[in-house]
Ligand binder design. Structure first.
Ligand code: 6PG
Length: 470
């Protein structure tokens, strides 16, 4: 007899933890993994939660174990594996069953899968899940895309397993087809920018001020009690404070300076570019992950140009660094939300911006106090085009941008790279400049290609007096 409320396929780290979270919240769950030995190991590790876990050795068994209409979560590697599982499930499932892809899918794939299943009787949910292993086990932030009706059928269990912020579940339906995975992609783009900016400030401490990891750690720990309070600042302090058990050195000093990336940061930049929305701080963060991986080239270049000496460069105040990081962060979030605003129009999603900031307040990697201010800003004006224009953000930026300016200038003079911080500053300066310099670009375009321009005193296309040069 079918007993499970829900099913899950893929017992990797995220899948196993999500399954345990579901069982712990009193939902019976049927689980299946292609390598079936993993299923047994998972079941054994489930302890007293085993009474609500039904291990299955085949997809047929899994499907039979779930009460219809069956929600089935896929937690398999993003890409072809998802399509393969859908193809297998299609043969076994019946009317109104729901396939939920909870991996880090490219939202274009989610849109395609959603429409491929339309008319088959089955429905598809693309669900962004953030919070890593710990989040999956004890409460992630959950970003859902699909039909509202299919969401309503799984809302109960999702709310139960999601992180709670002051009692409110960090889970919401954000729109149809790819909306959930799109928002998760932008979450990750912002995550990249947040992490890069923190690393830039760390670089200023380490290479500009000559501080040891152990001395930097308490500074971040202190900042975590202020306006920068966030999970990423909290773990930065912990990473900097940890010792390497093998050598006794600070752990961070023993880690190779070459960062990995799985693709979601890059996707967020590609989408921003496709829509013509500037997301320069996120772009800089993605680009610098790329540069970090070019270790051998960077070492050769350091030989060619000489190592930057830690000279007497004057100093910068910790307060300025804190405020600069805050201003940079505002820039990155302004860009991330602007990309979502554009996507919402482009894909007809009506993304609820205030709700997105709300469900990021707990559970996810970029969780922070600051997100509450974004929610407030959108609740006051849901047609806000850019966070920079929310009255509360105007106040915050007026206070913080001079510090960002000082830190970026100091870093540039010291030869220390601060790509995300300086991109955020340039974006802010460009955004607030009523008359920019694109008039010259238009003149050049007209000169070499007769592309035409609009005059400031006349509508319609005009051309310059360059005559035969054009
Ligand atoms: C999250 C994380 C998670 C994953 C990143 C890592 O929200 O829980 O973002 O999805 O850790 O995808 O991405 P990179 O490997 O690209 O840094």
């Amino acid at each position: 007899m079918a007993q499970a409320d829900i099913g899950l396929i893929g017992l990797g780290v995220m899948g196993s933890n999500l399954a345990l979270n579901i069982a712990e919240k009193d939902h019976a769950i049927a689980v299946y993994n292609r390598t079936t030995s993993k299923t047994g190991i998972f079941f054994e590790s489930a302890g007293e939660l085993r009474e609500r876990v039904l291990p299955c050795n085949s997809l047929e068994e899994l499907v039979a174990a779930i009460r219809p209409p069956r929600p089935i979560i896929l937690m398999v590697s993003a890409g072809p594996a998802v399509d393969e599982e859908i193809a297998r499930l299609r043969k076994l499932l019946s009317e109104n069953d729901i396939i939920i892809d909870a991996g880090n899918a490219n939202f274009h794939d989610t849109v395609r899968r959603f429409h491929e299943l339309e008319g088959s009787g089955l429905t598809f949910i693309g669900m962004g899940v953030s919070g890593g292993e710990e989040g999956a086990r004890h409460g992630p932030s959950i970003m859902v895309g699909g039909t509202k009706q299919s969401y309503e059928r799984v809302e109960g269990v999702l709310n139960d397993i999601a992180a709670k912020y002051e009692g409110e579940p960090c889970c919401a339906w954000l729109g149809t087809d790819g909306a959930g995975h799109f928002v998760k992609t932008i979450h990750n783009g912002i995550e990249y920018a947040d992490m890069q900016m923190i690393a830039e400030i760390y670089g200023i401490f380490r290479d500009g001020l000559g501080m040891e990891a152990k001395e930097i750690a308490p500074v971040f720990a202190g900042w975590n009690r202020g306006r920068l309070n966030s999970y990423l600042i909290e773990i930065t302090a912990e990473v900097l404070a940890a010792d390497d058990p093998k050598t006794g050195q600070p752990m961070v000093d023993m880690i190779l300076d070459s960062a990995g990336q799985k693709g979601t940061g890059r996707w967020s930049v590609i989408e921003a570019q496709q829509m013509g929305v500037p997301a320069t701080a996120i772009e800089a963060a993605v680009a610098f992950r790329g540069l970090s991986a070019m270790k051998a080239e960077r070492e050769a270049a350091e030989k060619a140009y000489g190592k930057l000496a830690l000279e007497k460069r004057g100093t910068v105040s910790h307060d300025d660094l804190e405020l600069a990081l805050f201003a940079g962060k505002i820039g990155a979030y302004a860009q991330g939300f602007a990309v979502m605003t554009a996507a919402s129009r482009e894909f007809n999603w009506s993304l609820p911006m205030g709700t997105i900031a709300k469900i990021w307040r707990a559970g996810c990697i970029i969780r922070s106090q600051f997100l509450g201010r974004i929610t407030d800003a959108f609740e006051r004006a849901d047609d806000l085009d850019n966070l920079f224009m929310a009255p509360s953000f105007v106040e915050m930026m007026k206070e913080a941008h001079p510090a960002l300016r000082r830190i970026v200038a100091w870093a540039a003079a010291a030869g220390l790279p601060a790509p995300a911080l300086s991109s955020a500053l340039a974006y802010f300066d460009g955004y607030r400049q009523g008359r920019g310099t694109a008039n010259l670009i238009q003149g050049q375009r007209d000169f070499f290609g007769a592309h035409g321009f609009e005059r400031i005193d006349q509508a319609g296309e005009s051309h310059g007096p360059w005559g035969s040069h054009g």
